[in-house]
Design a protein around this ligand. Structure first.
Ligand SMILES: C[S@@+](CC[C@H](N)C(=O)[O-])C[C@H]1O[C@@H](n2cnc3c(N)ncnc32)[C@H](O)[C@@H]1O
Length: 176
């Protein structure tokens, strides 16, 4: 009985170390592609939600959804949210968060590199919080794949040469 207990503890610790290892490896990959994981602060999330003006049924997309809070909160407000995330540990976490908050069908998450993913053309709101050096490339992708009128909300960093339609705290709203 005692040895079974220790075996279970060892398996738990090994799994934990494995998950941590996967998380850090994918954080490095994410940093190379667009940004490592740094979650938006609660206040910034509230500002982004305010700028989004979510209505029931609205199609919301997050590029690099981190631990999924923004998509889950949007789902709770009635939106159909899709988070694209390169780090599988964060995708699993987001899916659990979504289920726990009863937003399972309204906030979905995909393990993908968003650069290689064709964005759904019916998207109405896009959230992002990425490094400044990737912003122009992101804008180019958004313009090519989404329709005019889509609301784009960036936390922290701005799109150079694009007009900010509204600002709230650190979040800026652009209209495609
Ligand atoms: C600065 S964090 C922001 C997380 C979340 N959006 C938030 O505001 O709390 C950037 C996120 O983008 C993810 N990411 C970076 N490059 C990506 C890519 N090419 N495809 C999908 N996710 C990516 C990272 O793993 C990380 O979770």
């Amino acid at each position: 009985m005692n040895s079974l207990f220790y075996l279970l503890i060892e398996i738990f610790i090994l799994l934990f170390i494995l998950l941590l290892g996967i998380f850090y490896v994918f954080s490095l990959i994410a940093a190379v592609y667009s940004a490592p994981y740094v979650g938006s602060r609660k206040r910034d999330i509230q500002d982004m939600l305010a700028l989004a003006q979510i209505r029931p049924g609205m199609k919301v997309l997050e590029l690099g959804s981190g631990k999924g809070s923004l998509c889950v909160l949007s789902g709770q407000k009635g939106a159909c949210a899709l988070g694209l995330e390169i780090n599988p540990v964060l995708v699993v976490y987001s899916k659990m968060l979504s289920l726990m908050h009863g937003a399972g069908r309204r906030a979905r998450f995909k393990w993908v590199n968003f650069w290689k993913f064709k964005l759904p053309a019916d998207t109405e709101v896009v959230y992002l919080y990425l490094l400044p050096e990737y912003m122009s490339r992101v804008w180019y992708k958004l313009e090519r794949e989404l329709k005019p009128g889509t609301r784009v909300i960036s936390n922290g960093f701005v799109f150079k040469n694009q007009k900010i339609c509204q600002k709230q705290g650190n979040a800026s709203l652009y209209i495609l």
